[in-house]
Design a protein around this ligand. Sequence first.
Ligand code: MN
Ligand code: MN
Length: 273
Amino acid sequence: VVSGIPFDSATTFRPGARLGPQAIRAASVQLAELADHAFPSNVNLFTDLAIADYGDCELPSAYPTQVVERIFNHAQKLLLHDVMMISLGGDHFVTYPLLQAHAEKYGPLSLLQFDAHSDTWSDDQMDRIDHGTMFYKAVKLGLIDPETSVQVGIRTHNADTLGVHIIDARAVEEMGAAAVAQKIKAILGNKPTYLSFDIDCLDPAFAPGTGTPVWGGLSSRQAASILRDIAGINMVGGDVVEVSPQYDTSGATAIAGAHVALELICIWAATRV
Ligand code: MN
Ligand code: MN
């Protein structure tokens, strides 16, 4: 099931990711022919899988404090039906209630996070809604196991990694995609893994339409190679977040977001089709 989470009130800088789901959907239309025979897995999304667009999670804009519960309930309801969820953000905070719902079903998760930012900056006020601190809370609450989690593409400073493995953007450049994928697989093992792709993992040259762009990021080519090479991981859910289409007159960011969503579905299918 693909569904949108059009929420961006946890954004610290430029808002607009609430428009991400509709932009990614629109961009995905031109990917339809690719999805017939996805490259290189050759999974046919329309005949090998049963996929539904569940629409968007309805959010109470006048009651921002209810958002966590609303997204959690949305995910819990779907997971009860044994579906795999691909969620389209929304700012990165939406991953927090999604992780809560997935951890309730699968137990403590491994997090595979593609991002310019760690999003583990310390924040002990559990009712704060912030797209830069939710993975601190996820570690503290035991939703994710830092020892089997990994962040890829990081290029911002955070003194405390909380024990999460980091393959920063420089390391991706120096190791090459194939070696990065091998290292990711070694860290995750066979544990249930939630894959969260913040589009700002990509360099602003490839994804300018995002709230907090940081230069020196991954190219689309590097990200595509890594995502294709990690097939075989035990992925149980995933999301693409932080696409803010209005900062991008070319539409390239939404196209990248649609490509990432397609790859996530192929990763999930790789161990099941
Ligand atoms: Mn993020
Ligand atoms: Mn980020």
